[in-house]
Write a protein that binds this ligand. Structure first.
Ligand code: G6P
Length: 587
């Protein structure tokens, strides 16, 4: 989490440039922000609590500076804890993403040697350790290399020296991407922030160190400081897909993009899906992911069983370490991730690699760490997803898994037809009349404290995903359950008027799910049925077109819309829900 953006080069209106770069990265963390830039031989700093949108800074022209948008781990959300952090002399500043696991020992050591700390963060130790190294006559590159060797954990740091006019950056797992311009360079946590400025970028690898000054970007090996010719990647500079356009929020934009994303996916991703099907079809496969990606993986498990008659395992990436030793030598681990940067996913993939498993990914972000780690990938091609809540990446992952299961069975065209049918259904469900029904429902439930969602079979993971979507954006306590599990405890939570969403697809589970709905209703629940057909048990029926095994795709949209409109009624920002971040790069 945390976003980093920096520049060195010809003098520009840097305060504004840093703010607009950070704003692009705000999805990574948005509790506070800070920028620092050189004023002659001193460093000027502006740090604030809260969002960047709409703010301005008195810091203006400079030739070198950087900024940071924070998701607090160590130390509360305060201005002193916001980055950048300076050394005692005011010559050096740092920004950091990650967790320095041994920060307590390092801080104690530095305090004993007389350093004065201004924050409660783990990050500030880096500034003081660098101060000692530079004080001993080392240049910034070797100082950063030495200091980084002392840090435990998964970290990315960028250091600025106003004397040498350099930025130096290095990382372990946490992402950094940089590139040269005429007489200068940029660095950021995500290429999205660099797209307005650069045509080509370098994704920094672990063990590399980026040195940036008016000569541009150079990359060296962190251990030897020997120069490396890094791989350069050309960026797609079409910025339109990253802009909000006429939409009120990124969540609205990304929900609306789903039909087009799915229609593209069916055609463009076919070769990648068929290549992956060859591997998955002949190999015991474990799907891993976190959050929404885990719900997509669980859906995939049902799709594989139904369509391909094949069993796949599903494990939360954060829990994978317990199962990695059970991987068979011919096994495959298929990681699902929008960002390709979720640290638990990356760790799990590395663990799988150490046990000799074949590595695959279904990932949205090209050139992300996950994309670079695996042998086989399907790129979702859904375009940047900037709302913290995953919407289009979820339906694209589910569609990919459906197509993959069909490809394993040798019936890709059948799967493609289903996905296209689901895309058309989503387009109809996004029309104002259908959305108005959901707005009315949001009016009915927005002051509820609890909400439950049930589903069975293929609709069970849809219930988990619906509850996740609603709770993370509305802050209503929402839980998804397998409808058969109701009687084993959950039903004790239902009382008069409790809203319960019931997924009732037109498949073999419908009768049993309706029995569950009846049991809820007789305890006073307010039943919202989601499915192709109405039923007298429903207090409200949200009609979704019949799409067969593509039902998890269409089932996702009512919950996305309900979460969105409920959030608006409760005064929440749908794009930046409290306490969350889009890219979870810490454990
Ligand atoms: C965060 C996001 C979720 C996302 C999860 C996994 O929690 O807020 O929306 O599902 O991370 O992210 P990934 O990028 O790996 O899909």
């Amino acid at each position: 989490m945390c976003g980093v953006f920096g520049y060195v080069g010809d003098p520009v209106d840097l305060g504004d440039r840093l703010l607009s770069g950070l704003q692009t990265l705000e999805y990574r963390g948005y509790d506070s922000w800070g920028i620092a830039l050189a004023r002659d031989q001193a460093i000027a700093v502006d740090k604030r609590i809260g969002r960047i949108a709409g703010v301005s800074t008195a810091l203006s022209g400079s030739d070198i500076g950087f900024g940071h948008t924070r998701w607090a781990t160590h130390g509360g959300v305060t201005e002193p804890n916001a980055h950048p952090h300076l050394d005692c002399s005011g010559r050096l500043a740092i920004v950091h993403n990650g967790i320095i696991e041994n920060h307590r020992d390092l801080r104690a050591e530095l305090l004993a040697r007389g350093h004065a700390f201004r924050s409660a963060t783990d990050s500030e130790v880096v500034a003081h350790l660098l101060e000692e190294q530079v004080g001993q006559g080392r240049n910034l590159a070797s100082a950063v290399a030495n200091v980084f060797a002392r840090l435990q954990g998964l970290n990315a740091i960028v250091a600025m020296d106003v004397v040498s006019r350099q930025l130096v950056a290095t990382k372990h797992v946490s992402p950094l991407v940089a590139g040269s311009v005429d007489r200068g360079a940029y660095i950021a946590s995500d290429a999205l922030a660099l797209r307005p400025h650069l045509d080509q970028v370098v994704y920094l690898e672990d063990g590399q160190l980026a040195l940036m000054d008016r000569a541009g970007l150079r990359v060296v090996d962190r251990a030897t400081l020997q120069w490396i010719e890094p791989a350069r990647v050309t960026l797609d500079r079409n910025l339109d897909d990253a802009r909000l356009g006429d939409h009120p929020h990124f969540m609205a934009k990304e929900m609306a993009e789903q039909p087009a994303v799915l229609e593209r996916l069916v055609i463009h991703q076919r070769p990648q899906i068929e290549a992956m099907a060859e591997a998955v079809g002949s190999t015991p496969t474990t799907l891993i992911g976190c959050g929404t990606a885990l719900n997509a993986a669980l859906t995939g498990r049902y799709l594989f069983a139904r369509i391909a008659g094949a069993g796949v395992d599903v494990v939360a990436a954060s829990e994978f370490a317990s199962f990695a030793p059970l991987l068979r030598p011919d096994g495959m681990v298929l990681a699902l991730s929008q960002s390709g940067e979720t640290v638990d996913v990356l760790e799990a993939v590395k663990a799988a690699e150490s046990y000799g498993a074949r590595l695959g990914a279904i990932v949205n972000t090209p050139h992300s760490s996950l994309d670079r780690l695996v042998d086989l990938r399907v790129l979702l091609g859904a375009g940047p997803e900037q709302c913290v809540l995953a919407t289009k990446s979820y339906t694209a992952k589910v569609a990919t898994l459906l197509l993959l299961a069909h490809a394993v069975r040798g019936s890709y065209a059948e799967g493609a037809a289903l996905v296209v049918r689901a895309a058309e259904a989503l387009a109809r469900m996004l029309e104002p009349g259908s959305v108005a029904e959901i707005q009315q429902l949001a009016n009915r439930i927005h002051s509820s404290d609890h909400l439950f969602v049930i589903g069975r079979g293929l609709a069970y993971p849809s219930a988990l995903e619906a509850a996740l979507k609603i709770k993370e954006v509305s802050y209503i306590h929402a839980e998804g359950f397998a409808s058969g599990e109701l009687k084993h405890g959950v039903i004790a939570l239902v009382s008069d008027g409790t809203p319960c969403l019931v997924y009732a697809p037109a498949d073999e589970t419908r009768a049993d799910v309706l029995s569950g709905a009846a049991e809820l209703k007789s305890r006073g629940a307010f039943i919202v049925g989601i499915g192709p057909e109405p039923d007298p048990i429903f207090d409200i029926h949200l009609a979704v077109p019949e799409t067969g095994d593509a039902s998890p795709i269409v089932n996702a949209l009512p919950a996305q819309l309900l979460g969105y409109h409920t959030a608006l009624l409760r005064g929440n920002d749908p794009d930046r829900p409290r306490n969350l971040a889009k890219s979870v790069t810490v454990k």
